[in-house]
Write a protein that binds this ligand. Structure first.
Ligand SMILES: Nc1ncnc2c1ncn2[C@@H]1O[C@H](COP(=O)(O)OP(=O)(O)OP(=O)(O)O)[C@@H](O)[C@H]1O
Ligand SMILES: [Mg+2]
Length: 179
């Protein structure tokens, strides 16, 4: 698990911007966090990092917005209004996972069981201007996430914590990445 903080909306967007540079078609980023956590703010950075100049706003009423004009298509979901995974499947929305673009999903916990195996999961918490990001992903993405966090949040600590996080014997593996 990778954990770091951002201290402004601009920094969150910057992290998304840096992360986007490493994304490839088929990547899925699943975002959880309360209303106003910063999910759309992060997605705005990802869109910009992919090269799209479109304004990204919350797709709450349409469930998914498609953005083109960048290196890859961006499919931005907000599943807040779905009743559950069946609702997602019945609408055929899972087809987006197989398209050559990047899927970013707000309120992804609603469709947790449908998420593809290599999904990057991020939980955002905090208030004021501070947000804590906790990222779970496979090896394929972890170095890119670390790199993007280091670049965008240079003055903050970025932690990489070996799993299982709950195992106290593993705490010696916790590494502070020099900034
Ligand atoms: N460090 C930060 N990172 C991101 N947003 C921040 C930060 N500090 C303050 N904010 C503010 O928090 C709000 C985040 O709004 P955003 O629309 O991105 O949230 P959201 O998670 O998409 O919410 P919703 O679930 O309603 O769609 C913005 O008003 C932004 O200015
Ligand atoms: Mg949002």
């Amino acid at each position: 698990m990778i954990r770091f903080k951002t201290t402004s909306p601009e920094q969150t967007e910057e992290f998304g911007y840096e992360l986007a540079k490493s994304l490839i078609g088929g990547d899925v980023i699943a975002l959880t966090g309360d209303l106003g956590a910063g999910k759309t703010c992060l997605t705005r950075g990802i869109a910009r990092g992919l090269g799209s100049t479109s304004h990204v706003s919350s797709p709450t009423f349409t469930i998914v917005n498609e953005y083109e004009g960048g290196r890859l298509m961006l499919f931005h979901f907000d599943t807040y209004r779905l009743s559950g995974p069946d609702d997602f499947l019945m609408s055929g929305l899972d087809e987006y996972f197989y398209r050559d673009g990047v899927c970013v999903i707000e309120w992804s916990d609603i469709i947790e069981e449908l998420l593809p195996q290599d999904t990057i999961r991020m939980t955002i918490t905090g208030d004021g201007n501070i947000r804590t990001f906790e990222c779970e992903c496979g090896e394929k993405h972890s170095s890119y996430i670390l790199e993007a966090a280091k670049k965008s949040c240079a003055e903050n600590e970025v932690e990489s914590i070996s799993e299982p996080a709950a195992d106290i014997n593993n705490t010696d593996k916790k590494a502070k990445i020099d900034t």
